[in-house]
Design a protein around this ligand. Structure first.
Ligand code: ADP
Length: 486
């Protein structure tokens, strides 16, 4: 059996939870337990925050170049070990190993990018009001930060927060999702090996957020909370963060429209749709949830989509050639089933998929076939709630004005995609879509240097690029007065 990391990473050492408790980690492809991981409680979290507070000033005081070297070294160590790290991720998450490698590489790109950007956190001098004064604005690390992360990208969700925090001079306590804690612990391991000072990164695994979250939210030493997860929990954290006025960075739910106009390069749109729909088995907040296809091209587009999705190999993520792994847990499959059943009951048709695969070898895993629904309308569950699964519902539309209105008719505003060859329409629709991130003829929008994030109930703050650094830095205005000349 593989030797998985199972202990808390606190103050540079591997520790059991104070109360000695553990919780199981299951392989979603088989339902089998792969490890038991330390189950932190409030005392463990307080200890982690104590250590992060103690370590932060010296970390912030290091020259940016020294911080940069350690972050880059961590990325190098991880890249050298990427196959094993990917296999660990696939074991606890289920995604095909090729996707785990892709995720890790992308996460490590964030480390490298932020390592460099940390060297460019420039301040500003501003012309003053009188000759005896000088005005300076400097940027300083905000202090101790906490990351609460979801299971869909077990490494990436942490690395893009951690890279920015460390580069800015913050320490960080990571509370990973209970479903995928081991990939988070691996991050502790490669940073320790890279020489990160003890306490600057703490990884605290816990079976239930309620065991540790009240401690985080009540502690005034935690100055930044970066959370990725559901809108529902984001709202709770925003309320709880008010008590100590934490800076919040919230990446919440999405319900991305994917619009194909009849003048689009249809081959390209189809490629991009398959990529953005099926990545991570549809379990991403930027997944194409509402596929709007202009009426004239809808039958042909749907036929080709069905052809593509029905040919994708389903199986264990650890098997060569598999493109569709299991969903994270049975509750996720049940949600997908409920969405499909609701659509069918209201008149939609299943063009492919629409069920769990029947193959015996997949019987104990949380699998669901890639699915295309036609005849879908805006009142169905799939049109309103995040399905978070491999379901592609096709909505037909007639005009640009209509589709923009329908696309914007959502409390969410994370990502939107549209495809057209008309440059005037590119500008019009890009500007009209009420989304923080828009792909114009692009379904693969991820880039470390770009500001990723949402508007409306999809959250606040941006991850990536120099915007990502802002979340972890305060601007300090220094007014120097009383200057005299000889
Ligand atoms: P998802 O649907 O992606 O699981 P959640 O918002 O439920 O999204 O979970 C994302 C992260 O937030 C996980 O690490 C989870 O443990 C944590 N979490 C869930 N509920 C709370 C809460 N009330 N307070 C703090 N963290 C929470």
């Amino acid at each position: 059996m593989t030797d998985y990391l199972t202990k808390l990473f606190i103050d540079g050492t591997w520790q059991d939870a104070a109360a000695g408790e553990t919780f199981p980690v299951l392989d979603p492809a088989t339902g089998l337990e792969i490890a038991r991981v330390a189950d932190a409680n409030a005392d463990d979290m307080t200890r982690a925050i104590d250590g992060a507070e103690a370590a932060q000033p010296a970390w912030a005081a290091l020259p940016a170049l020294e911080r940069s070297k350690i972050i880059r070294r961590a990325a190098e160590i991880a890249r050298a070990d990427i196959q094993r790290l990917a296999e660990v991720m696939t074991a606890e998450h289920g995604k095909p190993v090729a996707q785990s490698i892709g995720e890790l590489n992308y996460g490590l790109d964030f480390l490298e990018w932020f390592a460099e950007e940390g060297r460019r956190t420039y301040g500003t001098t501003v012309p003053s009001t009188g000759p005896d004064k000088r005005i300076t604005a400097i940027r300083q690390a905000a202090g101790v930060s906490v990351a609460i992360t979801p299971w869909n990208f077990p490494s990436l969700q942490i690395l893009r927060k951690l890279g920015a925090a460390l580069a800015a001079g913050c320490s960080m306590v990571v509370k990973p999702a209970a479903l995928t804690p081991i990939s988070a612990l691996e991050i502790g391991r490669f940073f320790a090996e890279a020489g990160l000072p003890a306490g600057v990164l703490q990884v605290v695994t816990s079976s239930k957020a309620s065991r540790v979250s009240p401690t985080i939210m009540a502690d005034s030493r935690v100055r930044v909370l970066s959370f990725t997860g559901s809108t529902e929990v984001g709202k709770i954290l925003m309320r709880e963060g008010a008590a100590t006025m934490k800076r919040l960075s919230l990446e919440l739910g999405g319900h991305a429209p994917f619009i194909v106009f009849d003048d689009a390069d249809v081959d390209h749109a189809l490629e991009q749709l398959v990529a953005v729909k099926m990545r991570n088995m549809g379990q991403t907040c930027v997944s194409a949830n509402r596929i709007f296809v202009q009426r004239g091209i809808a039958p042909e587009f749907t036929r080709r989509l069905v052809e593509r999705l029905s040919a994708m190999p389903i199986g264990l993520g650890s098997e060569e050639g598999v493109e569709v792994g299991p969903l994270i847990e049975d509750a996720a499959v049940q949600k997908v089933e409920a969405h499909v059943a609701d659509a069918v009951a209201s008149g939609a048709s299943v063009a492919t998929g629409g069920k769990r695969p029947t193959h015996e070898s997949l019987a104990n895993g949380h699998f669901y076939e890639p699915t295309v629904l036609t005849g879908v309308t805006d009142d169905m569950l799939v049109a309103r709630d995040e399905t978070f699964g491999p379901v592609a519902p096709i909505f037909e539309f007639d005009t640009e004005e209509e589709v923009v209105r329908r696309a914007n008719n959502s409390p969410y505003g994370l990502a939107a995609y549209f495809f057209t060859r008309d440059v005037n329409r590119v500008v019009r629709v890009s500007e009209a879509l009420q989304y923080g991130t828009v792909g114009a003829n692009d379904g693969t929008i991820s880039a470390v240097q770009a500001p990723f994030g949402g508007v409306k109930e999809s959250g606040i703050g941006r991850e990536g690029g120099h915007w990502g650094m802002e979340e972890y830095m305060d601007t300090k205005y220094i007014s120097l007065a009383g200057l005299t000349r000889p």
